[in-house]
Design a protein around this ligand. Sequence first.
Ligand code: TRP
Length: 331
Amino acid sequence: MQNKKMIFSGVQPTGCVTLGNYIGALKNWVKLQKEYQCIYSVVDMHSITVRQNPDELRERCRQFLALYIACGIDPKESILFFQSHVSAHAELSWILNCHTYIGELSRMTQFKDKSAKHEDNINAGLFTYPVLMASDILLYQTDLVPVGVDQKQHLELARDIAIRFNHLYGDTFTVPEGYIPPVGARVMSLQDPTSKMSKSDPNPNGYIWLLDAPEVITKKIKRAVTDSDGEIAYREGKDGINNLLSIYGAIVGKKPEEAVLEFEGQGYGILKTRVAEAVCEELRPIQEKYKEISADPSFLDSISKNGAEKAAEIAEKTLRLVQDKVGFMPR
Ligand code: TRP
């Protein structure tokens, strides 16, 4: 694996891949490919902590993988795979479960939020979800983990588990660092610009799906919630406008503070039109590539098969080491 530093990240195949995922994560992942050995996983095992329709889940997994590639993740450079295809994730997870305290897991805010939201299905998997995530990361001796702020607490736990394990059994895991994108990279909902653009928002007007048709994209942006003072400025309290400027800036490669200069003295209508044009332009080649990729299912199958083989090779090395450290019999 040369001497490149390792990057691991994963996305749950739930909801749909949005412009927020693209600007906040995928676009960045593409850039990291050259400098690092990147491993990107569609974490299907995580997604069943919430009840899923099996056929839809399979379809979404395919779609997510195709979209990653369409966005520029190069399967020749990065390892792309479905989490459930590498059994080491489940196996390490068990061992790490035995090294994680109930108290630690009870403090996870995502667990508290999700159990409030899914009161009828507070399953054990939902509780140990962060341990599976720690396994994902630690199996690959990951140096850097690009994640959103909402995953910071889980990442901290993965670090704590790694440190604890190393302390008990001697050096085993690389202790990973987070790689949290800057604030401007965070895309907010078009309907409620104080909360993050979510891929599971029940209101599709809140997000832009990467596969939305140009007319739909334009309509959603035109409907985006702004404010009534009419001034295009990037400052506190102007959440809707700030968001549009951030989106525009992220696409044209400017900070929102710079992007705003292009719109001095203009009305919101012009801003929205320009943002819509920029987004459509950015997504057009991605949508074309997506169409091409999905027309050939055998291509996707070969990518995921190949990715799983490469991932398993690295993961199993770590797993064997861990099994030995805890005292399991050699095979
Ligand atoms: N929990 C992450 C999220 O919901 C997804 C995830 C699972 C992940 N395993 C990971 C992210 C490992 C980074 C590294 O966003």
